[in-house]
Design a protein around this ligand. Structure first.
Ligand SMILES: Cc1ncc(COP(=O)(O)O)c(C=O)c1O
Length: 441
């Protein structure tokens, strides 16, 4: 089945106001053979001081020779120049083929990819394209603080759907949707559901197949779009157990498609500084995101795209996926080391669920206030800093700023020595806060 989605219902008033840029809207015509283009204020590349860009690659086996990638000739001109709004043609093609391979989505005209300055840029633009004044948005909770940050100034209300060890709770979502008018009288029925299905930031938990199937069924029943932020998709520690993505699931068995808007990131696997993320979704929505890009920041950096494209063409899709496995294995080792040290210092003081993907432990410090759950903010932002350990209080991941007894710690950079120091200091903070009382979990 193809899409039955009414985009007039979903695209925001603001999204509709972006019109094709007078210049960028004509860019595709430059590709017509024989066309003389006097269109864009493209600077003459002869004036650019770069004659090539060389990038040395780390060998996979340290004793192997260092390979050098060179961006030169036409690829260099393309990489240094203004380019297509959605990203370099070669990169888009490569990424679309990646989605065909990874998510088993046959390529057709109904979906496409657009590159952004990191997935953050694309999440922001998708929200701009979809959120109206007075809308409600369903968000798993706790949730990535960066999404909360970009939603903060938007005139919408955030509705929390709790998570458990399998990610967003399907039962809680069902209850919210089925009883909307009783639970949220007078509030507009939601159109969007935002979730981080693999190695969630901050919890590190992933949603298994059965959970995703139920969430997708609810989205279809209640006419929601799923915003699938899969920034940690390539960092699953046990890929055999990784559930299919929502974008794969919606196309299974000839199901209705177009309901899933997927965000991928190159930040955790190639470079976060290059700022490359990509959006995969229904053409109608991606077109609006591109109009926002064309009228705001014009395009993502062509230069970093050109470097990445040379690398991806050299690796091929298999080589890229092999690289992502090596990165995931690196973080698996870090996780194991980090948890070992955490257990040594925090057992009896704190608990957490071992993450199956990503780079975070989300630790419940079991702080209480007058017999109920207390907030970790004071302890983490003041006492822990004084003792020399920095981490993020759980409150930063609460869509509506509600209190949290949790703390998020990242194992991506930590050495064993760092972990020893950090967890012994954190344990000291908790012990002091508790007047040295131990808790039986
Ligand atoms: C869940 C999640 N989504 C999106 C992002 C943004 O990533 P990017 O660097 O691709 O903008 C992050 C970054 O940490 C993240 O954790």
């Amino acid at each position: 089945m193809t899409s039955t989605i009414d985009w007039n219902y979903f695209i925001s008033t603001q999204g509709r106001k972006f019109t094709p840029s007078a210049i960028r809207g004509l860019f595709p015509l430059e590709q017509i053979p024989g066309m003389v283009s006097l269109l864009a204020g493209k600077p003459n590349p002869a004036t650019f001081p770069f004659s090539s860009i060389s990038v040395a690659l780390k060998p996979i086996i340290p004793s192997d020779p260092v390979e050098t990638l060179v961006v030169e000739s036409e690829a260099l001109t393309e990489g240094l120049q203004y380019g297509p709004t959605a990203g370099l043609g070669g990169l888009i093609k490569w990424l679309e083929q990646l989605q065909v391979i990874r998510h088993k989505r046959e390529k057709d005209a109904s979906w496409r990819v657009s590159v952004g300055s990191g997935s953050q840029d694309l999440i922001n633009k998708a929200m701009m394209a979809l959120v109206n004044d007075g809308d409600t948005i369903l968000l798993e909770s706790p949730v990535y603080s960066g999404t909360l940050g970009l939603l903060e100034p938007m005139p919408c209300e955030l509705i929390e759907i709790p998570t458990d060890t399998a990610g967003i709770s399907a039962d809680a979502l069902e209850d919210t949707l089925e009883n909307w008018n009783t639970k949220y009288p007078g509030k507009r029925f939601p159109k969007l559901l935002y979730t981080i299905p693999t190695g969630s930031n901050p919890t590190g938990c992933s949603s298994p197949l059965a959970r995703k199937e139920k969430i997708l069924a609810l989205a279809r029943k209640h006419n929601l779009l799923i915003l699938e932020d899969d920034a940690y998709a390539f960092l699953h520690f046990n890929p055999e157990q990784q559930a299919p993505s929502y974008i794969e699931l919606e196309a299974r068995d000839g199901g209705e498609t177009g309901r899933v808007i997927r965000f991928d990131s190159m930040s955790k696997i190639l470079s976060s500084g290059m700022r490359i993320g990509f959006l995969t979704g229904p053409k109608e929505l991606v077109d609006v995101v591109d109009l926002i890009t064309a009228n705001t920041n014009l395009q993502p950096s062509s230069t970093t795209q050109a470097i990445v494209l040379v690398l991806l063409n050299k690796w091929g899709h298999d080589g890229f996926l092999a690289h992502t496995r090596r990165v995931a294995d690196f973080y698996l080792e870090k996780r194991d080391m980090f948890e070992r040290v955490a257990h040594k210092h925090l057992d009896g003081l704190a608990t957490w669920v071992s993450p199956d993907a990503g780079m975070f432990l989300y630790i419940d410090l079991h702080i209480t206030k007058e017999g109920s759950q207390g907030d970790s903010s004071e302890l983490i932002s003041t006492t822990a800093v004084k003792k020399g350990v920095l981490a993020v209080p759980g409150k930063g991941f609460s869509p509506n700023g509600s209190i949290s007894s949790f703390v998020r710690v990242s194992f991506s950079l930590a050495t064993e020595e760092d972990a020893e120091l950090a967890f012994s200091r954190l344990a000291e903070c908790v012990r002091e806060a508790r007047g040295n009382r131990r808790i039986i979990f």
